[in-house]
Design a binder for this molecule. Structure first.
Ligand SMILES: [Cu+2]
Length: 68
């Protein structure tokens, strides 16, 4: 499980974009987005660097991440 702090998400469309971007690199990923806290929790086997890249490519910024 990896928790990302993601900047730039403002609405449900952003939530969908981030979720889609992550699931594009891992279709089996479980993605939970909390807009209020800007936390994106991802249950995936993919490395955090790749997930970070996918989020950035989708147009958002990752300010921090934690592996749990
Ligand atoms: Cu949005």
């Amino acid at each position: 499980m990896i928790e990302f702090d993601v900047e730039g998400m403002t609405c449900g469309g952003c939530v969908r974009s981030v979720t889609k971007a992550i699931q594009a690199i891992d279709p089996g990923a479980r993605v939970e987005v909390d807009l209020a806290t800007k936390k994106v929790t991802v249950d995936t086997a993919v490395r955090h660097e790749e997930v970070t890249e996918a989020i950035i490519d989708a147009g958002y910024d990752v300010s921090a991440w934690t592996v749990r």
